[in-house]
Design a protein around this ligand. Structure first.
Ligand SMILES: Nc1ncnc2c1ncn2[C@@H]1O[C@H](COP(=O)(O)OP(=O)(O)O)[C@@H](O)[C@H]1O
Ligand SMILES: [Mg+2]
Length: 300
């Protein structure tokens, strides 16, 4: 539906002499006026979806292209998974130098791990319309879309909250349906940052990464949160900087009756990875870290 509407526009609005509101009105008119489906943006695959999407926290980062005349171009696939596919896209204003690279995480409406995962996590999440509830329960195609959109909503909310706390997470650019656009963690040339699991850090790097992880977990615990699916696959490392990703199932340790179980699991999984890579056990001590995080969350 989005794409269809995006394809209709023809004019571009690169001229800066008109006001923002004028440009926006003119762009909307242009998009609606033409029914010529071949009238794609001159370059790119769709118009920027920034206008219709729910946006990330303000202030917007300076690298983000927020012009409504921008177009999105698919650059390739970063990863396909059971629950979501992650694509690399460029959002750019044609004819200008303004461009940024984004990760598009698109939740699928058709997999099993998601269903398995949602049984515990989505419990208690409110869905108002009973038609949606029935469709979700019966796993109709529509119901699966609703579930996928809920995961996208949950991850967008978690990233916004964590970003605003100053946690090392990708900036959540926007949410539209089952698609999240995120700050791309990688090189300017489009090379994605490796997952921690792919790295073999030396002992100094290992200590440094562990320190960054503890800081991030302390920050989250201070807000009552633990990741909920923490592993060396959900941590990226860009030029030595640790970034926490994949947060739709973030757990509120205070309100979730199984909160401490998730905290315990998160800590043990990740401490085990660091331990196996040679970080001394007295540094990667899971019991001490759980105690510290419980205290941060006010649960000690
Ligand atoms: N913001 C991002 N920047 C760069 N790569 C990303 C980003 N988000 C996800 N990826 C890549 O996509 C993979 C899958 O993303 P993730 O959020 O873990 O989804 P899932 O594990 O549910 O499929 C990650 O392991 C990472 O390689
Ligand atoms: Mg993941």
């Amino acid at each position: 539906m989005h794409n269809e509407r995006m394809r209709r526009g023809k004019r571009r609005f690169d001229d800066d002499d008109r006001g923002f509101a004028d440009k926006r009105r003119a762009l909307a008119t242009a998009r609606l006026a033409t029914t010529d489906e071949t009238a794609m943006p001159g370059t790119g695959d769709r118009w920027s979806t920034w206008d219709d999407a729910q946006r990330g926290p303000q202030p917007y980062p300076s690298w983000l292209v927020t012009e409504l005349s921008a177009v999105d171009t698919e650059l390739g696939v970063l990863k396909t998974g059971k629950e979501a596919d992650v694509h690399l896209i460029e959002r750019a204003v044609p004819g200008t130098g303004a461009a940024c690279v984004l990760a598009a995480k698109r939740y699928r409406g058709s997999d099993h791990r998601l269903f398995h995962r949602d049984s515990g996590y989505l419990e208690g999440r409110r869905v108002r319309k009973s038609r949606e509830l029935r469709a979700m329960a019966n796993r109709t195609a529509f119901g699966r879309e609703v579930i996928a959109a809920q995961w996208a909503i949950a991850e967008f909310a978690a990233l916004g909250r964590l970003w605003s706390l100053g946690a090392p997470v990708p900036y959540p650019v926007q949410l539209a349906g089952t698609e999240l656009l995120l700050e791309f963690i990688g090189s300017a040339g489009g090379q994605a940052a490796p997952r921690l699991a792919q790295l073999r850090p030396d002992s100094g790097e290992l200590r440094d990464l562990w320190g960054q992880l503890v800081d991030a977990m302390v920050l989250m615990a201070g807000d009552g949160l633990t990741h909920g699916d923490l592993s060396a696959y959900n941590l990226l490392v860009q030029d030595g900087r640790l970034v926490v990703i994949d947060l739709p199932q973030v757990v509120d340790m205070v309100s979730n009756p199984r909160g401490l179980e998730f905290l315990d699991r998160d800590v043990r999984v990740i401490a085990k990875w660091f331990d196996a890579r040679g970080l001394p056990p007295e540094v990667a001590d899971p019991t001490a870290l759980v105690d510290l995080l419980k205290a941060e969350a006010g649960l000690a």
